[in-house]
Design a protein around this ligand. Structure first.
Ligand code: BGC
Length: 383
């Protein structure tokens, strides 16, 4: 009867304004039930958000053993939030993984939101089959990034906090800044130009994928950008976080346990697809469901846990936030983008980067930074 070979995982996307969740078919990247969205509590403290996540999970009948992935908009190192750029600062140092596992009764796998969106793009969107260095940049309240080297995730790249104009770049060119300052598309594109030129100069990506809600309006700003690197809109829209979190959770709990790469989905899920439980939206009803799944979850977690704990090897996270990261580096890097800018435009995905992109004096430091990234990568892939 359970010819349900379909690998299903549950994805939850925690954002500044909403928390969304749905089960995901990992062969197609499609949601298998209508997603549920609840408002992010304000203030978005760990306790309040954990309750909201519990309620969301409780509104579904999630079969035993279904991996649950959760995105979070911060550096997540081994399940612990290390930063809190756009969420309540009390998250810093919180073991998000442990908190949500305890509160929901499921073994939860937590991942940075942009990393999750990136995974979704690599698996099901604009990054499918792409080798080399692929950067997925999400433009929203903040600016997130997912960095992939030959399909392997380099976790927590945090390129939204590259220094630009004396501060974190996201404070200058996030989508929220465009709205707040009521920038025209032209003006905002100029800011994006500076940012993406810097990114391009530092990382020499083979492809840049632009995600976030604003990516659906990509034709208003992407054609204005003059880069060597192909830059394309994300293939997934609102559901990228949910899909990526689910994919990562499934991967992390699979026997191979490699959460950093993006292999084909494993057909070993013996679970029936999760269905939305329309009736019981209350936490009490859900508490039972959660509790009943908790035990199995723990069992399946045994395989997953080791994978999980060793999976996302990361760079040392700034102990507090972006602002501190920013200050030291800004002087050396902000000059480079204008230097690189002189080169040809490239917009189509097939366009090639000319041989000489780099430039002047400031080249030293960026190169070092890029090397550092490369070494982080191999670390990340060790699991
Ligand atoms: C955070 C990132 C996050 C991005 C998008 C940034 O401010 O530092 O961790 O991915 O916002 O939410």
């Amino acid at each position: 009867m359970s010819k349900a070979k379909t690998p299903i995982a549950f994805g939850i996307d925690i954002g500044g304004s909403g928390i969304k969740g749905a089960p995901v078919d990992l062969t197609t990247g499609q949601l298998t039930a209508e997603r549920v969205r609840i408002r992010t509590p304000q203030p978005s403290t760990p306790d309040a958000v954990a309750d909201a996540v519990r309620d969301l999970v409780a509104s579904f009948d999630i079969p035993r053993g279904t991996p649950v992935g959760v995105t979070f908009p911060a550096v997540i190192q081994h399940g612990v939030a290390k930063t809190a750029a756009n969420v309540d600062s009390s998250w810093i140092g919180t073991d998000v993984d442990a908190l949500l596992t305890e509160r929901t009764g499921h073994d939860v796998f937590v991942v940075n939101d942009a990393d999750a969106a990136g995974i979704a793009e690599m698996d099901f969107g604009a990054g499918q089959g792409r080798k080399g260095v692929v950067l997925v940049i999400t433009l929203g309240t903040g600016v997130g990034s997912g960095m992939f080297v030959d399909g392997k995730l380099v976790p927590n790249a945090e390129l939204g906090h590259l220094p630009l104009k004396g501060d974190s770049a996201e404070k200058y060119m996030a989508s929220s800044v465009r709205e707040r300052e009521e920038l025209s598309w032209k003006k905002w594109s100029k800011r994006l130009q500076k940012y993406f030129s810097l990114v391009e100069f530092l990382f020499s990506p083979d492809l840049i994928i632009v995600g976030g809600g604003i990516s659906k309006e990509h034709e208003k700003f992407l054609p204005r950008l003059d880069l060597h690197t192909p830059i394309v809109p994300a293939g997934l829209r609102n559901e990228a976080g949910i899909v990526g979190a689910a994919a990562l959770a499934q991967r992390a709990t699979a026997p191979s346990g490699d959460a950093s790469s993006t292999p084909a989905p494993k057909p070993d899920a013996k679970k029936a697809p999760a269905t939305k439980k329309p009736a019981s939206k209350t936490s009490s009803g859900g508490a039972t469901a959660s509790a009943s799944t908790a035990r199995t979850k723990t069992t399946s977690a045994a395989a997953g846990t080791s994978a999980k704990k060793s999976a996302p090897a990361k760079k040392a996270a700034p102990s507090t936030r972006a602002a501190s990261t920013t200050t030291s580096a800004s002087a050396s890097t902000t000059t480079s983008p204008s230097a690189t800018k002189s080169a040809p435009t490239t917009k189509s995905a097939s366009a090639k980067k000319p041989a000489s992109t780099s430039k002047p004096g400031s080249a030293k430091k960026p190169a070092a930074a890029a090397k550092k990234t490369a070494s982080t990568t191999s670390k990340a892939s060790k699991n």
